[in-house]
Every structure is written in structure tokens, then in C-alpha cells.
Design a protein around this ligand. Structure first.
Ligand SMILES: Cc1cc2nc3c(=O)[nH]c(=O)nc-3n(C[C@H](O)[C@H](O)[C@H](O)COP(=O)(O)O)c2cc1C
Length: 359
């Protein structure tokens, strides 16, 4: 083992979730579940990563049990899986069983695209896309109930926890972000009220899954609509959001940044995951640019080299910025990335032309 990465091979425990190391597969949409049903190829894809010592897998975004949840987004999404209905649940049961047999852990990312979903697109072209400003009380209640049902299904299917996609400008985030929420009732207005939708979701999920089942929440400053967006302008604002979510029942924050080492606020070199950890008192996961010389958006436009930046990952981990380290493109390109990190072997570059063919 490379001496320098040894700290990342320490075990981790949160409620009923116990992990052998700190490496996590970040959620990545792959468009390969026709009819919303994950097949054997999905099971093999995740199992390959579990076999090669990825401590935890967070699945691709999975549509919650509401007709407005998914459709085509900005990336040509289609064939997105769901977590309701006999066929999809049976498909996920096989995925979970195979991952568990390989010694891995797996958590589904529950997703509602909100206003990013293009109107009139399948699987439910008749459903209207949801934006905070034109949602009725009934629609809000229905969607909260849909998240809770999907979370209950996650537990019944054998998953090891549940993750909420609260970032990137999708529905949950569009309530949090002032640019997409101009309500002036209990669901909007100041930052505390904008956090209410996320908190009510988390509470409804807790009520379904009970006190021991871990709940992860992904948040991000950046949005698909605006890479420079700021959810929290200051640490004080971040403290309000994170404290409310902790009170609601969030156990782990998946802090989505484009570059894990980017300072979050002026005057400190600490990344966003570090701030959330410090302000919330909860474990955090970092992500963004690990193993590559370019961040995600740039790597879709320019050649992207593989680099070993694990020394910086470990330095910040040792300084207490985060508990878990998530990898997106690295594990997409190479199921054995964690083994290579451990052995000090070279990583593969990001190959855009291979995207969609990788398994
Ligand atoms: C092909 C692809 C699909 C993605 N889909 C999702 C998704 O469904 N949910 C999500 O929260 N993030 C998604 N992301 C973002 C990743 O989880 C991750 O945050 C991002 O790729 C940065 O990590 P990286 O620099 O290690 O790739 C996706 C990224 C890629 C490359």
C-alpha cells in the first residue's frame, strides 16, 4: 500500500452503515434502465466497483414515485430508473444482493428534477414540471409523500441507507436557492423558510425508515443553470441551512463541489465540505476533480489527464475537512480505481468517447 493513502482505508460507521474504507462512488446518471427497470447490466456495473473495494456506492439519480419526477433534463437523460412498481423493485433487489455478495454497500440517490425536466418528455409527458413558484400546497404534499414512499421502498429492498439529491438546481435545491424560489409563504422568503421543503422531506423519510437508517443529503453551491451560483453567501447562511437539515434528521452531508480543494469562503483555504462539517457537526463527503487535472464541465470540452492528487485529499482529510471521499469520473472510467490508488498504480484519463459504452 502507498503509505500516503493509508488513512483513507480506515473504517467508517454511521448508524447501521459500516464501511471498510472512505472511498465512495458518486451518483452518476447512465441512462440504462429502459422502462425505469434496472437490469442485469446495472447489477454487474455496480458489482464490479464493489468487488474492487469501493467502500460505498451511491447509485445514479433514481426518479421518485411521482409522475413529474423525471424526464429529459439538460444532458439528454432517458431510461432513468425508478424505485417503485414490482419490476423496478425486483431489479433493484438483484442489484443490492449482488453488491452485498461482493462485500459492498449501496445507497440509492432519490431524484426529482423539478424545473430542469423538459415539459412533455417521457415517461409521463402529461405531467407538468415542478417549480417552487407555481406549486400548490397539494402538489408539495404529494411530492413529499412520494419521496417518503420511495425511501420506504429503498429500505424494504435492502439498500444500506437513502440519499437525497438536494443539489445542482433540481427540485429540492430550487426551493433552497433564492433565484428559483420567490414564494413569500411558509415555503419561501428568508433562507430558513426556503429550507423548509428539504426539511419536511427529510422528516417524512425519517418517519418511514426509522431512526437507524442513514440519510444522506447532497447539497451544492453550484447549479446546472449557473456554475457560479451561491446557495449560501456566508458561513452564517450555510449554518442556518445545515442546522435545519440536521434537526430534520440528515446524518451525512454529500457536499457537491466541482473542485474538492476550492476554498468555499474568503479568508480561509477550507473547502465547502469542511465548512459543512464544522457548522453541522455531522460527517461530510467531499467530491470534485479527484484523479483528474480538470473539473467535470471542462472535461466534457477538453482532453482530461489522470493525475494523482491524493496527497491533497489525504491532507485535508487529516485536517478534519471530511470523512468520506467521493469519486465520479474516476470510478466511471475504471472500476478498479480504488485498488490502483492503494497500490500506487497509474490512473486512466477521462475518455469522453468511451462514455456511454463503459460498464
Ligand atoms: C456522467 C455523469 C453523471 C452524473 N449524474 C449525477 C447524478 O445522477 N446525480 C448527482 O448528484 N450527480 C451526478 N453527477 C455528478 C457526480 O456525482 C460528481 O459530483 C461529479 O462528477 C464530480 O466528481 P468527479 O470530478 O469525481 O467526476 C454526474 C456526473 C457524471 C460524470
Amino acid at each position: 500500500m502507498q503509505q500516503s493513502v493509508e488513512p483513507l482505508f480506515a473504517s467508517f460507521q454511521c448508524k447501521t452503515l459500516s464501511l471498510p474504507n472512505r472511498f465512495v462512488m458518486s451518483p452518476m446518471t447512465r441512462n440504462f434502465s429502459p422502462g425505469g427497470v434496472p437490469g442485469d447490466n446495472v447489477a454487474s456495473y455496480y458489482t464490479r466497483r464493489a468487488q474492487a473495494k469501493t467502500g460505498l456506492i451511491i447509485t445514479e439519480g433514481i426518479g421518485v414515485d411521482h409522475p413529474s419526477a423525471i424526464g429529459h433534463g439538460t444532458m439528454g437523460e432517458e431510461n432513468i430508473p425508478v424505485l417503485h412498481g414490482d419490476a423496478a423493485l425486483e431489479g433493484w433487489r438483484k442489484v443490492v444482493d449482488k453488491v452485498h455478495k461482493a462485500g459492498g454497500k449501496i445507497i440509492p440517490q432519490l431524484w426529482h428534477m423539478g424545473g430542469v425536466r423538459q415539459e412533455g418528455t417521457p415517461p409521463h409527458p402529461e405531467a407538468k414540471s415542478m417549480r417552487p413558484d407555481d406549486m400548490s400546497e397539494d402538489e408539495i404534499a404529494d411530492i413529499i409523500a412520494a419521496f417518503a414512499r420511495s425511501a420506504a421502498n429503498a429500505k424494504a429492498t435492502g439498500f444500506d441507507g437513502v440519499a437525497l439529491h438536494g443539489g445542482h438546481g433540481y427540485l429540492i435545491d430550487s426551493f433552497l436557492w433564492k433565484e428559483t424560489n420567490s414564494r413569500d409563504d411558509a415555503w419561501g422568503g428568508d433562507i430558513k423558510r426556503r429550507t423548509r421543503f428539504a426539511c419536511e422531506l427529510v422528516k417524512a423519510i425519517c418517519a418511514e425508515v426509522g431512526p437507524d437508517f442513514p440519510i444522506l443529503f447532497r447539497l451544492s453551491q453550484w447549479k446546472l443553470q449557473d456554475y457560479d451560483a451561491r446557495l449560501a453567501e456566508t458561513p452564517d447562511e450555510l449554518a442556518i441551512i445545515s442546522a435545519a437539515l440536521v434537526e430534520a434528521g440528515v446524518d451525512i452531508f454529500d457536499v457537491s463541489t466541482r473542485v474538492f480543494s476550492a476554498p468555499a469562503f474568503a479568508g480561509s483555504d477550507m473547502g465547502l465540505a469542511g465548512w459543512v462539517r464544522q457548522l453541522s457537526g455531522k460527517p461530510t463527503m467531499t467530491v470534485g476533480g479527484i484523479g483528474f487535472d480538470k473539473e467535470l464541465a471542462a472535461s466534457f470540452a477538453e482532453p482530461t489527464r489522470a493525475i494523482d492528487n491524493l496527497e491533497e485529499v489525504v491532507r485535508r482529510f487529516a485536517a478534519g475537512e471530511y470523512d468520506l471521499v467521493a469519486l465520479g469520473r474516476a470510478l466511471l472510467m475504471d472500476p478498479e480505481w480504488v485498488l490502483k490508488a492503494r497500490a500506487g498504480e497509474p490512473f486512466r484519463p477521462f475518455d469522453l468517447s468511451a462514455y456511454g459504452r463503459l460498464d
